[in-house]
Design a protein around this ligand. Structure first.
Ligand code: PMV
Length: 341
């Protein structure tokens, strides 16, 4: 038996970090996906391969724990333990998704996986780039595991389970990434309504520029929380202003107001800088994008590394070429398709 499921990554246009404090956010699913294949294993273990990251993980199916061998990289499978690469953290999402009790054949962990499986992840999204790679991998893993066990879940239930996995691994996370990876599209997200689809009347030519340095979402959330505890009034005012920006941006997107949208992105960027999540490299990309004709450019996701997003009507090629001279860049299209399983 061989099953496959895939889920898209995402880009946040407005409201990152503020969304952790109950504020709204606007984000899109992008046409870069995580594709997970599960098939009967070649041995009794759960063998995970992510060739794009050179990651190889082995989970003991009885304990549900990664074995020591699971921390080796693909190149070092026969040698001594290598230092755990940053990217190996992604294995924890897969582990938690596979041993989620709702996916289990019954509630007893030991009998979840009665035989070994080979799980392969094909990743089109750079990791740690603020493009929702962990949510896409989690949603696709849960969907593939559900299919493997011939279980059916509603997309809503799947999104909820995926959010729980992110909470278990990261400690805190908004449901934004997992909602987009499940449902796709362009959403205005609030904690009250979950994701509300927006129909843009604008063309949305977007370019992502990403730095070599991955951002660590958990640490950045903690950093903002610490700043908030030191300066509660100031930081709460910033978070409220980001909320206003996000709400005005939703109207600009619906009404097709390109210029306003670009301006609001740039103001949101200034406030993300004030929250302490900007870096020299991200700033460099942001200003190069503006110089090359982007009317709005800002960090997307947690910051501290990772990516920027540039909104560049009529200038996509120029911005793409410029950013590729500074770091790496690619165009993204909005994906209306969420999880495929
Ligand atoms: O960088 P990402 O894709 O993990 O996005 C993080 C966005 C935050 O608002 C900082 C956290 C969250 O869970 O929404």
């Amino acid at each position: 038996m061989k099953v496959r499921a895939s889920a898209p990554g995402k880009a946040i246009l407005f409201g990152e970090h503020a969304v952790v404090y109950g504020k709204p956010a606007i984000a899109v699913a992008v046409d870069k996906r995580a594709i997970v294949t599960i098939q009967e294993g070649h041995d009794d273990n759960i063998n995970i391969k992510i060739p794009e990251l050179d990651i190889y993980g082995v989970i003991n199916p009885e304990t549900g724990l990664l074995t020591e061998k699971g921390l080796l990289s693909l190149q070092n499978t026969d040698s001594e333990l290598s230092p755990v690469p940053y990217e190996a953290g992604i294995l924890e999402y897969i582990q938690k998704a596979l041993f989620n009790s709702a996916i289990s054949t019954n509630d007893k962990l030991n009998s979840t996986w009665t035989h070994g499986i080979d799980l392969d992840v094909d990743l089109e999204i750079p990791i740690g780039a603020g493009l929702g790679s962990s949510a896409a991998i989690t949603v696709a893993t849960l969907a593939a595991a559900a299919r493997y066990h011939e279980k059916q879940f509603s997309p809503e239930k799947l999104a909820k389970m995926a959010h729980q996995v992110e909470l278990d691994v990261q400690g805190s996370a908004s449901p934004l990434d997992t909602t987009l990876s499940t449902h796709g599209g362009f959403i205005y997200f609030t904690h009250q309504n979950g994701g509300m689809m927006i129909k843009p009347t604008l063309e949305m030519p977007l370019v992502v520029g990403y730095t070599a340095e991955p951002g660590n979402t958990g640490l950045l959330i903690k950093k903002v929380r610490k700043l908030c505890s030191h300066h509660p009034d100031i930081i709460n005012t910033i978070l409220n202003t980001i909320e206003d920006i996000t709400n005005q941006a939703r109207d600009a997107i619906i009404n097709g107001d390109e210029e306003k949208l670009g301006e609001l992105m740039n103001i949101n960027q200034g406030l993300l800088d004030a929250l302490g999540v900007n870096t020299l490299e991200l700033s460099n990309l942001i200003y190069h994008a503006r110089q090359a004709g982007a009317i709005g450019s800002k960090i997307t996701g947690a910051g501290g590394g990772g990516s920027i997003i540039a909104y560049c009507p009529h200038k996509t090629q120029e911005v793409l070429e410029k950013l590729n001279t500074v770091e790496n860049a690619f165009k993204v299209n909005i994906s209306s398709e969420g999880v495929k399983w």
